[in-house]
Every structure is written in C-alpha cells, then in structure tokens.
Ligand binder design. Structure first.
Ligand SMILES: O=C(O)CC1=CCC(=O)O1
Length: 264
C-alpha cells in the first residue's frame, strides 16, 4: 500500500508499470475507489507508468478538513504529482475525476500533457439536484440512493448479465463514507468550469458510454465541442463507468488518441 499525506490528509494511491514509460494518471468518480481502473490497467499491458489514487473522503483516503471544493481536489492531484516527482502527465478523469482534471489543467496547465475526459462535463447537473442528493444522504445514507446510482453507472446489458459484479460495485458505493460522498457532491454542486473549457490547450479526448444516465452522450459531446480541437468517442453497451464495463473499448480509444497526437 502506498500512502502520502496531502494538506494534513492521509491519501491512498498506487503506482504501476515500468519506470520511464509515459505517465498516465487516473482520477476516479463519485462513490468509487481506484479499483474501477483495474481492468483498464490490464488492457494497457504495461505500456504506461500509471498512477491511481482515492480522492479525499473515498476509498482508503481520509476526508481531511471539510468542506472541500474542486480547487482543493485539483490541488490534491497536483500535490500527488509533486510527491511522485512527476512534472507532467497524461490525465484521465472520470465524472468528478474529469472535473478534477479540468481544474488541474486550468490552475496548472504545464502539469498536463493531454486529457481524457470520460463521462464528465464542465458543469455536472444542477445545484438543486446536488443539494437534493446531499439532503437525501443526510436522511437515508448511501443505501437509499444505491439502486438509482447503479442504473446510471451500468448499462442494461451489464445489469442483466453480471449480477454478482453489480452487487460488489454496489457494496463499494454504499461503503463509501457518507460524509466524503456528500462533500464531494457539494464540490460538484459548486463547480462550473464552462468558461475555462475554451482555454484548454492540450490534446483532449472526450469519451462517453452510450447508456450513461448521469452525464449523457449529449452532455459529453457538448463538452468536447467547447474544447478547442477535442475529439468525441462513444462506447456502446456502457453506462457511466466504461472503465468497468468496456475497458477494451475505452483503452482502444485512448491508445488511438495518444498515438495520433504523438504522445506515446
Ligand atoms: O452518481 C452519479 O450520478 C454519477 C456521478 C456523477 C458525478 C460523478 O462523479 O458520478
């Protein structure tokens, strides 16, 4: 297990792959820990030096001082890069992880060689929607939300054919500390990076699961349209977590994008 204290908060991370290979950093989504990238790493076949981490209040990482905002989450990622001596990396962010990646490139563009923005947006949902979710957690915890979240995370085919796995991913969600989840919802509620999208000057791939019920293909296509030169790809039979449902398709798009841009 690898640990680092950032802003007084112990955080959990993992580094895999050969030293000297291009560095690829993953930022994960709400209510998940970095196991969601396991299958992506298997598909990458050791071509990258990968960095995964549990954002504060998720997985094994502590919550630290709440409330926290998107700037804090972006600064956490930058501090992790500092700790690992990584000047600049390919950054792949899923959902809130995509917001964290956009925050990092906005605040410190030199740290990002390219972006993979997966099932995300410059502004996710509405403040009212996030406040309603925070209020619901205060009343019923994560268990009360879990079935609805599973419908957004996973395509119908996954839910119908992989019930055992579905049960385990649901466990991951409901075992996320409610406070960590709720404060991350508040950070999403208050984040709007729309005006910054047009200033993103690194190669960008936007990807979305065709059945994503959280950040829909329309939303992700609109994100790509707002970023100069960004390309958009859609993954069939995937919901909000293509890294779990269709890792080979996701990796195929990533590798093609990295090669086309001379990044690998
Ligand atoms: O739980 C959801 O609705 C999916 C989601 C939205 C933001 C995020 O990170 O995950």
């Amino acid at each position: 297990m690898q640990a680092v204290t950032i802003d007084g908060t112990p955080m959990h991370y993992a580094v895999d792959g050969p030293e000297g290979a291009p560095v690829l950093v993953f930022a994960n989504s709400l209510g998940t820990d970095f196991r969601i990238w396991d299958r992506v790493l298997a598909q990458l076949g050791g071509r990258f030096r990968t960095v995964r981490y549990d954002k504060r209040g998720h997985g094994l990482s502590d919550l630290g001082t709440a409330p926290f905002d998107m700037a804090r989450l972006g600064a956490d990622l930058e501090a992790l890069l500092d700790h690992l001596g990584i000047e600049s990396a390919l950054v792949c962010g899923l959902s809130i992880g995509g917001l964290i990646a956009q925050q990092l490139v906005r605040d410190n563009p030199s740290r990002v060689r390219a972006l993979v923005l997966c099932d995300t947006a410059a502004k996710i949902g509405t403040p009212e929607m996030w406040q309603a979710r925070i209020d619901a957690i205060a009343k019923g915890g994560l268990e009360g939300l879990a079935d609805a979240v599973m419908e957004r995370w996973f395509a119908p085919v996954f839910r119908a054919t992989r019930p055992d796995e579905l049960a385990l991913w649901r466990n991951m969600l409901v075992r996320t500390p409610a406070e960590g989840y709720a404060w991350a919802c508040a950070a999403i509620r208050d984040a709007d990076l729309t005006a910054d999208a047009a200033r993103i000057a690194v190669p960008t791939l936007a990807v979305c699961g065709a059945d994503d019920g959280a950040t829909t293909p329309e939303t992700v296509r609109a994100l790509a349209a707002g970023i100069p030169g960004a390309i958009y790809r859609e993954i069939p039979d995937a919901g909000h977590l293509p890294c779990v449902e269709q890792p080979d398709a996701l990796v195929g798009h990533m590798l093609g994008f990295f090669r086309e841009n001379g990044l690998v």
